[in-house]
Design a protein around this ligand. Structure first.
Ligand code: MN
Length: 249
């Protein structure tokens, strides 16, 4: 193997909130370069939700969906597993697209052993418990019965529903205080305790940072991965710990 294909060796990468769409080619190009230049040869890539701006079903018809499947499948073929957790934008992504792109679907939350450190992975929306209107909406649309019904609708109708949901979400966000849309600290501590971890990695809030939370007397880490709008970036972990990187797009 050449040196360039081993750049990610010994490291695992975590990304979320790429919101890929044909309408934002700069983010797509940056993601493909990231896969090639940094992730190639890595131990694993974890996509913690909202890989796509919208996903109406595995018949989703965008060039970026086809190209992303090809690029991820190529990465997996070279020995770097890719794990995908649903976000609130792409929760309709299912087995067919996962198989096409070589991705392994992860439940939210997922507890993994990361170089000997038990680590909890989440998209992050379930941590925003102060936003009760959103949590009610989430419970309804993510219900298995709702999802089964959605899958049976014609694609044009699913597209229209997705557009309406996004517009409704943007309108609602405009009237909500920023604090309501961030994670609830007590909920963070509760999930870390419940899953017996002292490290949590999530996305969704678009507030990249490393936080410290005191859980039963221990200082525990919470890593928030960046979105890929005006910037891009990731959290990378190895046997020595994690680092957060963000850069302008
Ligand atoms: Mn999200």
């Amino acid at each position: 193997m050449s040196l360039t294909s081993e750049r990610g060796a010994g490291r695992s990468f975590f990304v979320a909130d790429l919101h890929l769409t044909d309408e934002r080619p700069a983010a797509t190009g940056r993601f493909f370069r990231f896969l090639q230049d940094e992730v190639a040869g890595a131990d694993a890539l974890y996509i913690l939700g909202d890989l796509f701006e919208a996903w109406i079903g595995d018949d989703h018809d965008e060039q970026v969906a086809r190209e992303t499947a090809q690029r991820l499948a190529a990465l997996v073929a070279t020995g770097t597993p890719v794990y995908f957790m649903h976000g609130n934008r792409d929760f309709m992504l299912a087995e067919r697209y996962a198989a096409q792109s070589g991705m392994t679907l992860l439940a939210d939350p997922a507890r993994i052993d990361l170089y000997g450190v038990p680590t909890l992975l989440m998209h992050g929306d379930t941590l925003c418990t102060d936003d009760t209107a959103y949590q009610d909406f989430r419970r309804r649309v993510r219900h298995p019965v709702t999802r089964a019904l959605l899958r049976r609708l014609p694609r044009a109708l699913r597209s229209r529903l997705a557009r309406q949901a996004r517009a409704g979400s943007e309108a609602a966000k405009a009237h909500k205080a920023a604090a309501i849309m961030d994670v609830n600290e007590a909920e963070v501590v509760r999930v870390m305790r419940e899953h017996r971890v002292c490290r949590l990695i999530h996305g969704h809030t678009h507030r990249p940072a490393q936080h410290v939370h005191r859980v039963d007397g221990r200082e525990c880490e919470r890593w928030v991965v960046p979105d890929w709008y005006a910037r891009w970036g990731y959290v990378a972990c190895d046997a020595n710990g994690c680092t957060l990187r963000t850069d302008a797009l």
